[in-house]
Design a protein around this ligand. Structure first.
Ligand code: HEC
Length: 250
C-alpha cells in the first residue's frame, strides 16, 4: 500500500512539473511565458523622461499628467564645478559655416549657431585664446588630461603621436587625416573651432566633449605639434615662432 502511494505521488509530481513547464511555454518568442512575479520581469524603477501613461497594459491618466523630469530648455548651460569655470561653459559664440546643416547635421533648430557665410567664423576664431592658462603648477595635470581625452576620442584617426596615422587610417577605412606637424600655423582658437564644429570628414565633437575638455585637448595638440610646449613657452607666442622654421616644411 505504501509503495503504491509513493508511486502515485511520484507520478503526480512529474505531472505537476510537466504541466507547469508546458503552461509557461508560449508561442511568442519575445514573451517571458508565465510570470509568477511580474515585478521581477518589469522593473518598477522610475526612469527620467519616460512617459508612464501606459502601465500594465492600461492607460494611466494620472501618470500621464506627470513626468519624473523635464527636458531642459534650449540653450541651457550644463554647469557644474567651480565658479571660475563658468566662462568655459558659456555657449560658444563663433558661428559655424552655412554648409554645416548639410555636411555635419548641425541644424539651427537644434541650437547650433549657423552663419550665412560658407567660411563661418573659422578665421575669426584665430583671435580666441585658450582660457585654460598653463602654469608650472597645473601643466602636468592638464597635459595628462589632454592626452587621455585625445587618446580616447581622437587617436583612432589622428594617431597617438598626431601624425595622422591612427588605426582607422592604417586600416584603409579612412582618408585625409592631417599630420599636426603640418599645421604649425593653425591658431589655438581655430583648433578649438574645428574640434567643436568638425571639419571636412571630421565630425563635430561638441556633443561629445565639454568646452573645457576641448580646450584641454588643444593644449595636448600643441604638445604634439611643438617640441618645447610648456607653461614657460605657451603663453608667450615663443613656441609658434621658434618651431615654425624648424618643422614648418615637414
Ligand atoms: C573619424 C576620424 C577623426 C576623428 C575621430 C577626429 N578627427 Fe580630427 N580630423 C579628421 C580629418 C579627416 C581632418 C581633416 C579635415 C579637413 O581639413 O578637411 C581632421 C582635422 C583635424 C584638425 C585640423 C583642423 C583644421 O582647422 O585644419 C584638428 C586640430 C583635429 N582634427 C583635431 C581632432 C581632435 C582633437 C579630435 C578628437 C577630439 C579629432 N580631431 C577627432 C579626422 C578625425
Amino acid at each position: 500500500m505504501k509503495k503504491k502511494f509513493k508511486a502515485i505521488s511520484a507520478k503526480a509530481l512529474v505531472l505537476t512539473i510537466g504541466i507547469g513547464a508546458l503552461s509557461s511555454c508560449v508561442s511568442d518568442p519575445d514573451s517571458p511565458g508565465l510570470e509568477w512575479m511580474p515585478d521581477m520581469y518589469r522593473s518598477p524603477a522610475v526612469e527620467t523622461y519616460v512617459d508612464y501613461g501606459w502601465v500594465k497594459e492600461e492607460i494611466n491618466t494620472e501618470a500621464m499628467m506627470s513626468q519624473s523630469a523635464k527636458h531642459p530648455p534650449m540653450y541651457t548651460i550644463p554647469y557644474k564645478g567651480d565658479i571660475e569655470d563658468l566662462e568655459l561653459h558659456l555657449p560658444y559664440h563663433r558661428q559655424v559655416t552655412s554648409f554645416a546643416p548639410v555636411t555635419h547635421g548641425l541644424k539651427a533648430e537644434y541650437g547650433w549657431n549657423i552663419s550665412e557665410d560658407p567660411i563661418g567664423d573659422y578665421f575669426k576664431a584665430a583671435e580666441d585664446k585658450n582660457p585654460i592658462v598653463l602654469t608650472e603648477d597645473n601643466e602636468k595635470e592638464i597635459f595628462a588630461k589632454g592626452k587621455k581625452l585625445f587618446n580616447v576620442n581622437c587617436a583612432h584617426c589622428h594617431g597617438e603621436k598626431g601624425d595622422g596615422k591612427g588605426p582607422m587610417v592604417e586600416s584603409g577605412a579612412y582618408l585625409g587625416v592631417p599630420n599636426f606637424a603640418n599645421l604649425m600655423e593653425l591658431a589655438d582658437g581655430q583648433v578649438f573651432y574645428s574640434i567643436y564644429y568638425g571639419k571636412g570628414m571630421m565630425g563635430a565633437h561638441a556633443p561629445l566633449l565639454s568646452n573645457k575638455e576641448i580646450w584641454t585637448v588643444v593644449h595636448h595638440i600643441n604638445k604634439l605639434r611643438y617640441d618645447d610646449y610648456s607653461a614657460a613657452t605657451a603663453n608667450t607666442g615663443v613656441v609658434a615662432e621658434s618651431t615654425d622654421d624648424e618643422n614648418g616644411e615637414q
